[in-house]
Design a protein around this ligand. Sequence first.
Ligand SMILES: CC1=C(/C=C/C(C)=C/C=C/C(C)=C/C=C/C=C(C)/C=C/C=C(C)/C=C/C2=C(C)CCCC2(C)C)C(C)(C)CCC1
Length: 298
Amino acid sequence: MKNAEFYSKILGLALCLFFILTGINSPMTEFIIFGGILLSIGIPHGAIDHLTSDPKLSKKSFSKFLSIYLSLIVVYSGIWYLFPLFALVIFLLFSAYHFGQTHYLQQTDTATWKEFLLYLSKGSFFLSVILFGSFEETQFILSSIVSIGFLENFQFHIILFFLLAILFSQFLGHVSFKKSDILELTLLPILLYYSPLFISFAVYFGFWHSLPSMISEYTYLSKFPAYSSLKKFIAQLLPFSLISVVGIVLILFFGLRSLEVAELTLLFFIMISVISFPHIIYMDRFFRKISKTDPYSA
Ligand SMILES: CC1=C(/C=C/C(C)=C/C=C/C(C)=C/C=C/C=C(C)/C=C/C=C(C)/C=C/C2=C(C)CCCC2(C)C)C(C)(C)CCC1
């Protein structure tokens, strides 16, 4: 399992390097790679939240899970509708925390403010590298909600601030530095910064977040006979992945008639954000539950 993660990360770095060195500008190629990563690991890694929360789910607890999960989606969609800027800020903060958490699977296990600071700073660092690296595109996509032009001159200060915050909070929380941390804090951000937006987001989201999360999910669930093989696990991922993909595609299809490219892209991220909202809450509980066991032990 650890090999799968290792080789996917090498593939991710190679992809970034390819786009940087060739200077290729092909939105269609970027879209295919982005879509492929999203469909194969990005969306599926969230589609078994009901099982990671309770592998022996009864009909009653499944209905309870579903009503809480869907209510969170509805409430957060309402926040997007009424207060888009506030919803965007929540999305960025929650995403940063969630992405940061995946970097420390099994290294931290308590729920203290130091841990919170560590996850938040690590995720914010990578998000800022990705978004500032393609500042014009990010600005264009967000233009219907907020004007962020003033941030451009401060981008390196902001990135440096988050980098120092990682070092500080890792030191504060007595979290040891691994060899991979050095690569993650040097080569990876440089490659993400200079790659096209959708490639850098897909590589980071797919190979540094979704795949490691999915491996932890599989390792945990494979201990239960109902999900004990890869085939059974994949079968569990399919239903909610398909429902989500069909829902997103249908909404984008209707949006095609009246929305501009930037608005459509934003709508896409809003949809990802609304399904990611309950997912982040459930995954936080799941990661804490498994934090004392080796995610690669199976
Ligand atoms: C279970 C279930 C389900 C499913 C679920 C799922 C499938 C989930 C998934 C989940 C997921 C799938 C998650 C994800 C996450 C993600 C994230 C967290 C992201 C973030 C991002 C960001 C932050 C971005 C940013 C940006 C860019 C990049 C560009 C432009 C601008 C902006 C800023 C927007 C359903 C609903 C059917 C039903 C119930 C139950």
